[in-house]
Design a binder for this molecule. Structure first.
Ligand code: SF4
Length: 694
């Protein structure tokens, strides 16, 4: 089914799945992609790929694709197929009606890390110009928003510091709350190569992930912490570094703010941060905390890689800052082989954040309250820009429920399935008067939509994606858009209909505008991307060829700033009624909510989400391998089949979230990161009971 014969042409483009951003040559026969061949010249993948990028592209032409625009007056009415013109004008007239009736702030937009940079830029521009407010957000809200906040506070830039290749210079690698083997397979393969060469490994994770041991390597430490105790563990590592004289004094003196460092040392030396104190609450032995801290601090080059197990907590931003503190204290910033490296789950998380799709930031992470920044964009866009931040996604839901938020333009994001506490999200969507969904499929959110605008897959459009190492790569149109329009053209048409013309002829012109307005992008354009293959931002006069690793010589903010990271236990506690802690993750063959991979042959490898439970917890409940189990939390309940395994520790259960039937987000709660509202997906107190097959 996958190999469809001899290709007639080949187009170089980028994988649309994870944040590694592998380059591929799409081989095409007529208007059909016959195979995806990993590109040997791809700087993120060097000719490697995983089963998602290589094989799971069939969703793009799956019969479930909706290729005709549709409208309906209410969510109970049947969909009516209409022309593009009618759908766009209906959506525009509804948004105008809602703003006239309920006020300018009654509508907003959500964009996605699946969109290209150009598409995301246009959505936030539409909201800020045609809607005239800052009510724009991105799905990075629910994954890496704490990375943006935490790295900006400490280092001065909301981005990972290194190239993937940099890991080949690392002597010690600490992986925190990430499962690269499944989530970022091509990077994981590179990391394993380095481990086989002798680099040492520390894994911080509540679950035994595959990376812990492999042919010819073994993690030196697995800090198997209780979910929700990340910050305490990071503080304990820092405590050892400070109290045992392992700080890189020369680096800190030259590169970091002295008063903040002194304050941090006083705080981190407190007894509450000692390994002995933290051992009890985290479940990690004090000697392992001490050993891991010494190994990390005494390496020539030590690098930290982290994932959503860091960010998706009530202290997600605090943990990101705690990680940056560790790197600064040990001088592990500003050269190859070191750094703070967020592994971005989706292909364009970095890009969607760079493009100003947050309610408080314009492109390039500049706050809307900054007068000079607003003046720059006002001059370019010809409209005043609100100086007050707009609504974040969870605030949009709250405002919908209190009656002040009535209309939503949602591109490429299935909020009804992806966001926590599904019941709450569905009630909010039901309370809106006009929901416009732009997507490939009639997803869960579309059940609450009034207008459906067909989206285009990565094979059907031009644009750029930015991967986890800040690498901007060209997405090239391989086949014509099935619905007749690329996504960026749909947003342009909607803006036009709203009375704010956006006269772009090609996405390259959108990138030219981004480069004109964003200091870190001034050297980026399609001609250079075509010539160089890809560019890592910042790319400007100071860095004409891009920037493989950041903060060399000086931090982006000048001096690095240590932040105090006091551990605060999450409100989501286990108790008698909900005695187990649920955490979640991904599997190699599937991707996020599965909208794409479930419509490909990859489903043969993983057809359902399973609940991993420790043999002791299973025995206590009379649960055997393969039994159906009910999982109930304070938010809701769902049913899954059980896998009994020692991968999880007693008291902790785990599931993936790729299939809507398993409804993992029916049970996740409204708890969120204190700074960014990133949901606390990684800790949910639950009860598990054996049930009959549903
Ligand atoms: Fe590469 Fe990630 Fe795509 Fe796999 S899913 S091919 S690792 S970009």
């Amino acid at each position: 089914v996958i190999d469809k014969g001899q290709a007639e042409r080949s187009v170089t483009t980028v994988c649309a799945y994870c944040g590694v951003g592998c380059s591929f040559k799409a081989e095409v026969k007529g208007n059909e992609v016959v195979r995806m061949v990993p590109n040997k010249d791809g700087k993120a993948n060097h000719g490697h790929s995983c089963v998602k990028g290589r094989f799971a592209f069939g969703y793009a032409t799956h019969p479930d694709r909706i290729t005709t625009p549709m409208i309906r007056k209410s969510i109970d009415a049947p969909w009516q197929k209409v022309s593009w013109d009618e759908a766009i004008h209906y959506a525009a007239s509804e948004f105008k009606r809602l703003q006239e009736k309920y006020g300018r702030g009654a509508v907003g937009g959500i964009t996605s890390s699946r969109c290209t940079n150009e598409e995301t830029y246009l959505v936030q521009k539409l909201v800020r110009t045609a809607f005239g407010n800052n009510n724009v957000d991105t799905c990075a809200r629910v994954c890496h928003s704490p990375t943006g906040y935490g790295l900006k506070q400490t280092l001065g830039e909301s981005a990972g510091t290194q190239t993937f290749d940099s890991v080949m210079d690392a002597d010690v690698v600490m992986v925190i709350g990430a499962n690269p083997t499944d989530g970022h397979p091509v990077f994981a393969a590179q990391l394993k190569r380095r481990l086989r060469q002798g680099a040492r490994l520390i894994v911080v994770d509540p679950r035994r992930i595959d990376l812990i041991s492999g042919p010819h390597f073994e993690a030196s430490y697995h800090l198997k912490l209780r979910p929700g105790t990340n910050v305490a563990v990071a503080n304990a590592l820092a405590h050892v570094i400070v109290t045992e004289g392992l700080v890189d004094e020369a680096f800190v003196q030259a590169r970091c703010e002295s008063p903040a460092f002194a304050q941090w040392c006083d705080f981190i030396a407190l007894e509450e941060n000692s390994p002995e104190a933290v051992a009890e609450l985290s479940g990690v032995a004090a000697e392992d905390l001490r050993g891991a801290a010494r190994l990390y601090a005494q390496a020539g080059n030590a690098a930290i890689y982290y994932g959503l197990g860091v960010t998706e907590h009530s202290q997600g931003s605090t943990m990101v800052m705690a990680i940056a503190n560790l790197a600064m204290a040990t001088g592990n910033i500003g050269r190859s082989g070191v750094g703070v490296n967020p592994l971005r789950g989706q292909n364009n998380v970095q890009g969607s954040c760079d493009m100003g799709s947050f309610p408080h930031e314009l492109p390039g992470y500049r706050h809307v309250s900054d007068e000079a920044t607003r003046a720059l964009f006002e001059a370019a866009w010809g409209v005043p820009i609100d100086q007050e931040p707009g609504l974040r996604i969870p605030n949009m839901f709250e405002a919908a429920l209190d009656g002040s938020f009535k209309g939503l333009y949602c591109e490429g994001e299935d909020i009804a399935q992806s966001d926590p506490n599904t019941q709450h999200v569905e009630s909010a969507l039901r309370a809106m008067e006009c929901v416009v969904v732009q997507d490939l499929f009639l997803n869960e959110t579309a059940k609450f939509a009034h207008v459906f605008l067909p989206g285009s897959s990565f094979l059907e459009k031009n644009g750029t994606f930015t991967n986890a190492e800040r690498r901007i790569s060209r997405v090239r149109k391989v086949i014509p858009p099935l619905a007749g329009k690329e996504d960026w053209e749909v947003t342009v048409a909607l803006a036009d209909a709203l009375g704010y013309p956006m006269p772009y002829a090609h996405p390259s012109e959108i990138m030219d505008e981004i480069a004109r307005l964003t200091p870190t992008f001034t050297g980026v354009n399609y001609a250079r991307l075509d010539a160089l293959g890809s560019i890592q931002w910042p790319c400007n006069e100071a860095h004409p060829s891009g920037t493989p690793f950041m903060h060399e010589g000086e931090f982006v903010r000048g001096k690095g700033r240590f932040m105090l990271t006091r551990y605060v236990a999450t409100d989501e506690r286990a108790n008698k009624r909900y005695p187990l802690l649920l955490t979640t993750g991904r599997i190699l063959t599937q991707y996020n909510v599965g909208a794409q991979t479930r419509r490909t042959e990859n489903t043969a490898w993983h057809g359902e989400d399973r609940l991993e439970i420790h043999p002791q917890d299973a025995e206590d409940r009379g649960i055997r391998e393969g039994d159906w189990v009910g999982v109930a939390s304070r938010a809701g309940e769902t049913v899954l089949r059980a896998t009994v395994t020692t991968r999880v520790q007693p008291g902790v259960i785990y599931t993936t979230f790729h299939h809507p039937e398993s409804g993992a987000n029916v049970i996740t709660t409204d708890n969120s990161d204190w700074a960014t509202n990133c949901p606390e997906y990684k800790v949910t107190a639950v009860q598990v009971t054996r049930v009959d097959q549903p």
